[in-house]
Design a protein around this ligand. Sequence first.
Ligand code: SAM
Ligand code: SF4
Length: 452
Amino acid sequence: MTGSYWIETWGCQMNEHDSEKMAGTLEGLGYRPAASPFDADVVLLNTCAIREKAEDKVYHFLDRLRPHRAARPEMIVGVCGCVAQLVGEGIRKEAPFVDLVLGPRAAGKLPEYLAGAKDARGIVDTTLYQDSILAGTESVRRQPGRVKAYVTVMEGCNKTCTYCVVPATRGREESRPLEALLTEVRRLAGEGYREIEFLGQNVNAWRCPDTHAKLGDLLRAAGRVDGVRRLRFTTSHPLHLTSDIIAAMAEVPEVSDALHLPVQSGSSRVLQAMKRGYDREKYLAKVNELRKCKPELALSTDVIVGFPGETEAEFQETLSLVREVGFDQMFSFVYSARPNTVASLMRDDVPFERKAERLMELQALQREIQLAGHQHLIGRTFEVLVESRSRRDAEEWAGRTRCNRVVNFPGRGLAAGDFVTVRIVAAGPNSLRGERLDDAREGAPEGKIALA
Ligand code: SAM
Ligand code: SF4
């Protein structure tokens, strides 16, 4: 029996892409997308457990679903992803109407469980299956147009950062073979995708199980695939970002000028307590090495404030590192104690209010840095990959530079996936405004398009 489905997704790109693979699996079984979760025959919640707040959202969603499930008992509700892995059977105690609880590495069992769902309600599968069961599954890509596509290169994470729940929810690292990845990249490029983003929680540690090729080799090989115009990879761990990966980033023109390199803290004492494996100086040395090889590189990062015991002086070290590096973008979080992590047992004497103030201070600084950095770009010209049309104005488009900066610009006769040349005319902290040079050339009076 098939019908319609809805997948609600929280969390990182890995979760987004897992949802694309689950959608591919469901469509392969004959299910079609529903107009809303409340009308669907199968509703899957692909959840994130990285912070407590992320987990709370899942229970709120289940509360909203409850009356619809009561009215239509044939509806199948599944909780998947990291909360499923972490809480397991506990989810059904909180919400007994949930039919399936599947950890991230059990999602490949969906066809089997759905086939028997009528009599097999109440399944909890949190096995950390060793073969990448979802990897390579035909996905239903959620990005509009054929612009960007994710490719999972590895599952799991072998690091032991003391605050992090991911190793418990996603299991040990398992890399996919080089040839399988290249086949997927060739297929996507053939379908017209312009940008490929390789995904792994610790993507720098990818290693082909057959040939022992490393990430640098994968980047070089993927760069040679016809039709691939931009290559990205995330998330990089500073300790595993080898000189060979940096050399490949510089050698392969398709590798974007943007890198996400989470620092987490600017204090060496805190980094040690987080067990990140590098200190402030090593992180800054890595940034220097990167910028020598790729001078245009835009860096983004993650920062946690209020880690247990973080002093005022240590927080100031984070602010000074952020100033020194001048990140292009930052994702910042207040530390959230997660079950069964080493950090959750540490003494934490920083009141939550002070942590929240630190976050606001850090975010205000980052906004200033981003605005100043963006203003510096006014007058410069960039290649922009067109992503989407504005919902409000049919002649307004948004795209991204090779540095992954968002540019909004007016344009006619465009489609998602086009490359255009845009000159920056204005800047805000989160995006740039540009004018399309090739377009301007057609109708504008001479001189208007002179390059700065
Ligand atoms: N694998 C990546 C890495 O090594 O940085 C990212 C993992 S996680 C999905 C994304 C970000 O969430 C982390 O970089 C960290 O800043 C943040 N994070 C993880 N655990 C956290 C916690 N317990 N409290 C607050 N933020 C956390
Ligand atoms: Fe978590 Fe650290 Fe692994 Fe990233 S590298 S997923 S922060 S344990």
